[in-house]
Design a protein around this ligand. Structure first.
Ligand SMILES: NC(=O)c1ccc[n+]([C@@H]2O[C@H](COP(=O)([O-])OP(=O)(O)OC[C@H]3O[C@@H](n4cnc5c(N)ncnc54)[C@H](O)[C@@H]3O)[C@@H](O)[C@H]2O)c1
Length: 334
């Protein structure tokens, strides 16, 4: 069993990661031994975020710390699941790898490509494993699309749209999501899910362009275009939609069909044929993501799905989108 500590016991740790370890302990794969948070009131909170709410409080058997170094001095830990705010990802990941633990770090990898390189270097030098929580790579509704692109079952891609819309994330510690210097706004935090998935499924675009709008956090709305050789993808991220439910969708046109994901369901609309919905596994993609990393630690299998260098490339794409946005949406070559 891999012994795990969560560092940063806020929204995503409570709503998605802790339930993941309940499941993985049942499977005999991983055990949550300790959690660390600078704010001890978080240990007994049940936070609600845009996607879900915590369903359970932290069991008494899990040790609680407010200092991660003290935690590692006292506990035997194989892996830290790092769920702190984004501006802390790089320094903490590097320090944890240097301390000799494997790290699963939440997305986005960090605020800059320079920091991402530092994290990749630290992983190489330490000999420990680092994976970034680009969770959409583990969502069957999206991997169905990746497989359709790869095997050409519907012909060539002709174009498409990805959308991710949310109420503003105001549950964060010290309201860090709304502080551009700490989060880089929606364009990095929320938009990276679809930009990362696009580069995972379709490869790196040739050029990108983007327009962003400020409401509270500097870049709360991002409208991007990823230009490929013979098609383009429109990607929309918007966390300004106060009062509205969270939605994530895509609609991709192929030569022979359109593939739609909306209302938690994938539907294929063949040109001139009957629409159908493939049977897909609806279980939590956070569990699948954590299971994948834990299995790679247990078996030594290479992480081929989600290398840190690939997550770093997505941060690089977001930087290019911001450069475009700062230049009236002019295309930026990748
Ligand atoms: N994969 C997803 O779908 C998803 C969804 C939401 C958030 N996230 C990402 O997860 C990360 C955390 O987001 P969140 O919503 O949980 O934020 P949050 O503010 O709710 O939680 C962060 C926690 O870290 C704690 N913290 C701050 N500094 C610390 C330190 N030095 N040591 C230990 N704890 C510390 C805070 O007290 C807080 O409880 C962010 O990078 C965010 O982008 C990912």
């Amino acid at each position: 069993m891999i012994k795990v500590a969560i560092v940063g016991f806020g929204g995503i740790a409570q709503a998605a990661h802790m339930p993941g370890y309940v499941e993985l302990e049942k499977e005999g794969k991983a055990k949550l031994v300790a959690v660390c948070d600078v704010d001890p009131t978080r240990f007994d909170a049940k936070l609600e975020i845009n996607l879900a709410s915590a369903t359970d409080t932290l069991p008494d058997t899990v040790k609680r710390y407010t200092d991660w170094q003290e935690m590692l001095d006292n506990e035997e830990i194989d892996m830290v699941d790092l769920c702190v705010p984004t501006f802390l990802h790089a320094d903490l990941t590097v320090a944890l790898l240097e301390r000799g633990v494997n790290v699963l770090c939440e997305k986005p990898m960090s605020l800059s490509s320079t920091d991402c390189r530092r994290m990749c270097e630290a992983a190489k030098n330490s000999g420990k494993q680092l994976m970034i929580g680009q969770c959409i790579r583990f969502c069957d509704h999206y991997t169905y699309l990746k497989e359709a692109v790869a095997d050409g079952r519907f012909g060539k891609v002709k174009g498409g749209i990805f959308r991710r819309l949310s109420t503003p994330p105001v549950w964060g510690w010290e309201n860090w999501f709304m502080d551009y210097d700490r989060s880089h706004g929606c364009v990095l935090d929320l938009h990276i899910h679809d930009v990362d998935f696009a580069q995972y499924a379709f490869g790196l675009p040739m050029t990108v362009s983007c327009t962003t709008a400020d409401i509270t956090s500097g870049r709360d709305i991002a409208h991007s275009t990823l230009h490929y050789n013979d098609f383009a993808l429109t990607v929309i991220g918007d966390w300004s939609q106060e009062g509205l439910p969270f939605t994530a969708e895509y609609r991709i046109a192929f030569e022979k069909a359109t593939v739609d994901y909306s209302n938690d369901k994938v539907t294929v609309y063949p040109r001139g044929g009957e629409a159908f919905s493939p049977e897909l596994d609806n279980t939590s993609f956070y569990v699948k993501e954590i299971r994948y990393f834990v299995d790679s630690l247990e078996t030594g299998a290479e992480n081929t799905k989600n290398k840190p260098e690939s997550a770093a490339a997505s941060v690089g794409l977001i930087e290019a989108l911001c450069t475009s946005a700062d230049n009236d949406g002019q295309p930026v070559t990748i």
